[in-house]
Design a protein around this ligand. Structure first.
Ligand code: UDP
Ligand code: MN
Length: 381
């Protein structure tokens, strides 16, 4: 009997033990499941966050961790010359300056139903140059405004040049055109610039000379005010009345048209570029220039105004050295889009503004850059 009872007790204990173990197992499984759920929801948040970071504009990546050394330094005298020369390599702070400058206007100009707003990346910027001017004219561009539009700016020249290919991050294009200042050579370069723009699929084509300083944020702002899907030829003439030429096919009739001076810079919208394509692409630009026997910028005006019956829209903020640069007041400089310089013997046509001395900065572009971006690394503080 007692044997029976003790056997029953043993069975009961085993059942209780099994029940306890089952309970313990289910509790721990539950706890494990909860931990796993928490981890996976956190990792989902991280994935979302990474995705969000990836969508941020590329300049943010440049911005993070690259704030430059802002110690006070003198840029005048011999030491200054070295600093200015070395500034070519430390130019990331300009990206920040540019974004600051542009961010003050972008939000106000977007309308709900409008097409996505034009940004710097929608612009194809071309600079015409020649091998003899690489060393004398390109360095100051590379040190200053090129740093704000390195991806968008291309230099069109007439020879291979390893040094400047490197300095421009492989943005130096040898057009194969002749290295001379004659009409044909200039039209040849413009033809290559125009064809390269068409291939780029960008919204805007902006041409400049190698003696131009381009105020990049102002250029972007100006283009944002114009619809690239309409026909726009934006620039500034350097003559007071339209140019009159003889119409060779209908003598003695005359043709008159406006043209934007190449030395002040001009822009064409993609819509207009596509209308010009059948007339001017694939070398036809050179044939037209040859036919009317006029330089590249005049040929552009002839194609747009005479052949396509579209009109030049004057942008007063473009400036070539055909204007006296000294009349631009220091307080107005930030609103302008382009500047230039020239020197005929001892006579200099340059901006009049405070900054570096004339030995360091004879053409005033370094001083202009510091006026626009005082925090740039080579600027005195
Ligand atoms: N240029 C050129 N080939 C030459 C001389 C000049 O492509 O043989 C370019 C030069 O690089 C500049 C433009 O043409 O972008 C105008 O040249 P420059 O400023 O010397 O003369 P301008 O016409 O302004 O008096
Ligand atoms: Mn010039």
């Amino acid at each position: 009997m007692s044997y029976q009872v003790s056997k029953m007790r043993l069975t009961l204990r085993r059942i209780l033990q099994a029940l306890f173990l089952a309970l313990l197992f289910s509790f721990s499984t539950l706890a494990m499941l909860r931990t796993f759920a928490a981890t996976s929801s956190r990792s989902a948040t991280i994935t979302e966050h990474v995705a969000a970071v990836k969508e941020e504009p590329p300049w943010i990546k440049t911005f993070v961790g690259l704030w430059p050394d802002r110690s006070l330094r003198s840029v005048f005298g011999e030491e200054g010359k070295e600093l200015v020369a070395s500034a070519i390599d430390d130019n990331d702070d300009n990206t920040i300056e540019f974004e600051r400058a542009i961010s003050t206007t972008t939000s106000t100009t977007t309308t709900a139903a409008s097409k996505p707003q034009t940004s710097l990346d929608d612009i194809f910027i071309s600079v015409k140059t020649t091998k003899n001017f690489h060393a004398t004219r390109l360095d100051v561009i590379i040190k200053t405004w090129f740093t704000l539009a390195r991806e968008q700016t291309w230099f069109f020249t007439d020879s291979d040049d390893e040094e400047y290919s490197e300095k421009t991050h492989n943005h130096l294009i040898n057009t194969g055109c002749s290295a001379s200042h004659n009409r044909m050579a200039l039209c040849c370069k413009m033809a290559v610039e125009f064809d390269t723009f068409l291939e780029s699929n960008k919204r805007w084509f902006c041409h400049f000379d190698d003696d131009n300083y381009v105020n990049v944020p102002q250029l972007v702002r100006m283009l944002q005010k114009h619809d690239w899907t309409d026909d726009w030829y934006l620039g500034k003439p350097s003559i007071k009345a339209p140019l009159e030429i003889l119409d060779r096919e209908h003598m003695p009739q005359k043709i008159s048209f406006w043209f934007a001076t190449g030395g002040a810079g001009f822009c064409l919208s993609r819509s207009l570029g596509l209308k010009m394509k059948p007339l001017a692409s694939g070398g036809k630009f050179i044939s037209i220039g040859d036919k009317i026997r006029l330089p590249d910028d005049v040929t552009m005006g002839y194609i747009v105004e005479h052949l396509l019956s579209k009109q030049l829209t004057v942008v007063e903020e473009f400036h070539s050295h055909l204007e006296p640069m000294k009349f631009l007041k220091q307080s107005q400089l930030a609103e302008q889009i382009t500047f230039s310089y020239s020197h005929y013997g001892p006579e200099m046509n340059v901006l009049s503004l405070n900054g570096f001395n004339n030995q360091i900065d004879p053409y005033r572009f370094l001083s202009l850059h510091c006026h626009l971006y005082p925090n740039f690394s080579f600027c005195p503080r």
